[in-house]
Design a protein around this ligand. Sequence first.
Ligand code: NAD
Length: 490
Amino acid sequence: MPTPHLPPTVAAHVPTGLLIGGSWQRASTGRTFAVEDPATTEVLFDVEDAGPADGLAALTAAADVADEWAAVAPRARAELLRSVFDALTARSEDVAALVTAEGGKPLAEARAEVAYAAEYLRWYSEQAVRLPGLARTAPAGTHHQLVLSRPVGPALLITPWNFPIAMITRKVAPALAAGCPVVIKPAQLTPLTTAYFAEIVRAELEAHGLPTGVINVVPTSSSSTLTAPVIADPRLRKLSFTGSTEVGRVLLRSSAENILRTSMELGGNAPFLVFEDADIPAAVEGALAAKMRNAGQTCVAANRFLVHESVADEFGNALAARFRGLVVGHGADAGTTVGPLIEAAAVDNVERVVADAVDRGARVLVGGERPQRAGHFFAPTVLADVAPDALAIREETFGPVAPLTTFGDEREALELANASEFGLVAYAYTRDVGRVMRLAEQVETGMLGINRGLVSDASAPFGGVKWSGLGREGGEAGIEEYLEQRYIAL
Ligand code: NAD
């Protein structure tokens, strides 16, 4: 379907079917669902709407090649991933256009996402030949112990809409490197990029003479109906989920029946701490990066700005000035720095959060309303004097709203930072090395950015504590999520 914001050369190569056992197919339901451009609400494509039978067919395809894939030499798996890295990188402009079209983020951010996504392929191509193992003599001297890494088996990957390529490669790359075939259930709102990427992988598998059934994709408009029988099937051995804590909890419950290995990358409520000794202009730039990527719709988005009372006005005014200069628009238009929110309900939610903060005494320094235009937009907003019990502080807002609140000393800052059920990431701006070490030990999050608004890196362990999840993606740890240890006594 032609759209002015998606180049025809890209549109012509987007698969809209299900990828099962190496071929693109129609859904057994006979239905399709529409994928929209959130900046215009126009329909981009109608996609085949997979049902439970398709989910199980995809699992069968994965299970059928599991032994063969596990037996492929690590070096061959590494070379496959490296080829996929090269192919994705060569087509990064097309993939970025697709990410912007269905997800809304500005093109510059979409390009950065593709580059970041590709790094997982390169990193795990390098890790595939370094799977952990051990050989030693038992302490009693009676025998030897051998510990091998074995792939856990077929994996179901369920991903969110906000990073339609990076959330896929962050799972697919370590899974394939470890020797696990996969079934991907992409987000209903953004299945196009996944399909485009899966075709790249399928073509590379074919070119390398490897089994194409190791990657299967089942887009659907009824997620739980499709995933329930797959999760209950004993052939499935792993569930890797990225999304909200609410859905993660539901999936953990259903995984218990089948004793599945699970990885859960869930919601966040990141504190952004600005201490009295911070480099304020640097903190403002870091705040912009941590808050405004994808219009605030990231799990690592700074959700609460905790600022020392002596620098609160200076920081708040400088941040508001930067927000005033942001350009809201279609992500594909030159000059746009903030795209739309993903859907109408997201705009409603942001409006509710802002109204609640204002009701509790917050001052709007900039923004605070929907711009007058079509699409799901909300103006970049800075709120000062936000009450600690406001929704903007307590909930993950997932929008372009920066609520500021103050603290008097380091102890209070830490208490406020840790006063959340979530624990994905925290950010802090300070020049005091002793304080940095105290924060490193006492902040209750899986990740901490010091004088940086960005922490993600394919080579580092990404993940949270408390309600933000279980397990890690990226780094050495990421591949272990797809491996089990086999111990041999001899
Ligand atoms: P979501 O939980 O609504 O959906 C995530 C995925 O689960 C989608 O594919 C969806 O279709 C599917 N899903 C929904 N209900 C399901 C069910 N009952 N059974 C099976 N599948 C189901 O989340 P979202 O709105 O797509 O993404 C936003 C959330 O994801 C935020 O909370 C954000 O913090 C989180 N997130 C976390 C990370 C991380 O790495 N920790 C990264 C990105 C996003």
